[in-house]
Design a protein around this ligand. Structure first.
Ligand code: ATP
Ligand code: MG
Length: 256
């Protein structure tokens, strides 16, 4: 198993955003986490990436306990993510936004910090390597030609691609995507599905939160369903589509 959580629980005051969620993510399969608004999906990603501390429960990545680690250490171990709401630096160039993602592996230690300030040769070599990799990633996600533009100038779909490139810059093994298709038109969504397939071909495991059912059903090997913080179902897309609990969770939401 690449990722495993056991009884992951998060409470906010009286609200149980996650309640004893145990799940496993298999390597190089596409897994989708779905559920109505407020089901706890983003909270789950936040717990796994160390951005919030779970109230209870544990997570293991590649067999090692990670639930007690700081988020930058978890990132170095090989889990990257994108965010539901864009966290790009809008005035910085597209290229610089990606390079920031690569710095996670080169956060200054006391010694390298001095070298970084002095901008010595090792620093410049590292910087050049990061730049080269960032340009390759921009090519990979299809926005290379915009590398020198401020990220604010990108179309919505391209911004989401940029966020994926930035996450890939940390050389992850597991890539968490929080609603990557939100706000995309159907052509952009189809292109995104192709891109996720290409990411998987690189040996990186995609794990996505998504509301777009066409996309979920089209690319997932495995689907996990949360409702009110509880895992109510998991299985193949076909099995999930016909699952009575899942149908009720979604219909229950839309019934006045
Ligand atoms: N930092 C926080 N403080 C208090 N409550 C929070 C916090 N983060 C999330 N919540 C609450 O926890 C519940 C789960 O939120 P979460 O964002 O994880 O849902 P979600 O499944 O990602 O929903 P959506 O599909 O709308 O993005 C919601 O009721 C939300 O209001
Ligand atoms: Mg969310």
């Amino acid at each position: 198993m690449l990722l495993e959580t056991i009884n992951l629980t998060k409470t906010f005051g009286g609200l149980k955003a996650l309640e004893e969620v145990s799940l496993s993510i298999e390597k190089v399969k596409v897994t989708s986490l779905i559920g109505p608004n407020g089901a706890g999906k983003t909270t789950f990603f936040n717990c796994v990436t160390g951005m919030i501390i779970p109230t209870m429960g544990t997570s293991y990545f590649q067999g090692n306990l990670i639930s007690n680690l700081k988020s930058y250490i978890i990132s170095r171990r090989g889990i990257a993510r994108t965010f539901q709401h864009s966290r790009l630096f809008s005035e910085m160039t597209v290229l610089d936004n990606v390079m920031i993602g690569g710095y996670v592996h080169s956060l200054p230690t006391n010694k390298s910090f001095l070298r970084a300030i002095c901008r010595g040769k090792p620093y410049r070599t590292q910087e050049n390597a990061l730049r080269k990799k960032a340009l390759e990633l921009l090519d990979f996600v299809g926005i290379f030609r915009r590398f020198d533009f401020p990220s604010r100038s990108l179309s919505y779909g391209d911004k989401r691609r940029l966020e994926i490139a930035r996450a890939l810059a940390s050389s992850p093994t597991l890539l968490l995507l929080d609603e990557p298709a939100a706000g995309m038109n159907s052509k952009e969504t189809e292109e995104l599905m192709v891109l996720i397939g290409q990411i998987r071909s690189l040996g990186i495991t995609p794990f996505l939160i998504e509301h777009n059912m066409k996309m979920v059903m089209g690319i997932s090997d495995h689907v996990i369903v949360l409702d009110h913080g509880v895992k109510i179902a998991e299985g193949t897309p076909q099995a999930i589509q016909g699952n009575a609990k899942v149908i009720e969770a979604y219909l229950g939401k839309t019934t006045p």
